[in-house]
Design a protein around this ligand. Structure first.
Ligand SMILES: Nc1nc2c(ncn2[C@@H]2O[C@H](COP(=O)(O)OP(=O)(O)OP(=O)(O)O)[C@@H](O)[C@H]2O)c(=O)[nH]1
Ligand SMILES: [Mg+2]
Ligand SMILES: [Zn+2]
Length: 296
């Protein structure tokens, strides 16, 4: 409810939203109308139009999608360069999806307390890369945020969440729930260990839930593995890589896919080091998905 109370609601089995084939008709962040019947049960009767939403294919081959969340102001992508490793392909696919849905994305590099000097350098390099593309980045130790002194030094982080609805996303085990708990200063939700054998998260959070700060709302979500993204058109993929899009104006052909065409400004920029190789590879991997129709 608007006043922050929780009401358990039912939904009719055949409730489907116009135009979207999703496995979950109602998503976290939705505004809904609720009717209470004489027997005291509550039923969702209407879902208001969404300002935006983030969607993900349920599985590679299925045509159904899963709405991660609706009506969000920003996504905080939690990234760890180790324990577990977040790949740049994952980051870039995620960012491309946010671009497609016009949702602001910020990147939070977590677990800096755990990293070697070399890994910390890697964080600095990645931060420089994504800042240069136009993304806000920040580095934190969610564990250390429990320490009030460390917390006081991180006003930058806290102001990021003020007055906004923020979706926390990222691979399993990167510390989404730990960050959530740190923001609230108490245990709001369970966190899980990283497996010793594989240095991976154990999918501790199993469903998305919204939590209300004094000023701001945070949605904690289950860790995601691959990122099936959405139905990108081949010519469209480049639009969702800001760095590639900027340069693509100078390609000889307007519909250049930046693969084999002559006079491709993007490929030239990669060679000159103005577009990061990792970004270009992520772009190609998304383009490859389009070609194979993997997610159709
Ligand atoms: N050293 C260190 N450990 C952290 C930090 N943040 C999280 N962890 C640990 O990483 C493990 C996983 O944290 P979670 O918060 O459960 O991760 P999650 O992203 O919510 O994972 P899922 O719910 O599975 O998606 C826990 O053992 C945390 O204590 C950090 O900044 N530093
Ligand atoms: Mg979690
Ligand atoms: Zn090109």
């Amino acid at each position: 409810m608007d006043d922050g109370t929780n009401v358990e609601c039912h939904i009719k089995g055949n409730f489907r939203i116009r135009g979207i084939r999703s496995t979950n008709p109602v998503a976290v962040g939705d505004f809904v109308e609720v009717q209470t019947l004489a027997d005291g049960t509550n039923w969702i009767t209407e879902i208001e139009d969404r300002k935006n939403y983030i969607i993900r294919k349920s599985t590679n081959l299925s045509k159904e999608s899963h709405i991660l969340a609706a009506n969000i102001d920003q996504v905080a992508l939690i990234v760890t360069v180790n324990h577990p490793v977040t790949s740049t392909t994952f980051i870039d696919r995620f960012l491309a999806t946010c671009e497609a849905y016009r949702v602001r994305a910020i990147i939070i590099f977590n677990k800096i307390d755990l990293l070697t000097d070399e890994e910390n350098e890697q964080v600095e390099e990645l931060r420089a890369l994504y800042e240069s593309i136009g993304y806000k980045t920040i580095e934190i130790s969610a564990i250390s945020l429990q320490n009030t002194e460390y917390r006081a030094q991180n006003t930058d982080l806290l102001t990021l969440f003020a007055g906004k609805t923020t979706l926390l996303s990222g691979n399993s085990g990167v510390g989404k729930s730990t960050l959530l708990n740190a923001l609230f200063g108490k245990e709001m939700t369970r966190t899980g260990k990283i497996s010793d054998a594989h240095d991976k998260g154990m999918h501790t959070t199993t469903f998305s839930e919204m939590y209300f700060l004094d000023d701001g709302r945070i949605i904690d979500t289950p860790g995601i593995k691959g990122f099936g993204t959405i139905d990108f058109e081949r010519e469209e993929v480049g639009h969702y890589f800001r760095d590639i899009f900027r340069v693509s104006r100078d390609c000889r052909f307007g519909n250049c896919t930046h693969t084999n065409e002559p006079g491709c400004a993007v490929k030239e920029a990669v060679v000159r080091g103005e577009i990061a190789v990792s970004r270009y590879e992520s772009y190609l991997s998304l383009l490859g998905d389009c070609e194979e129709g993997k997610y159709r």
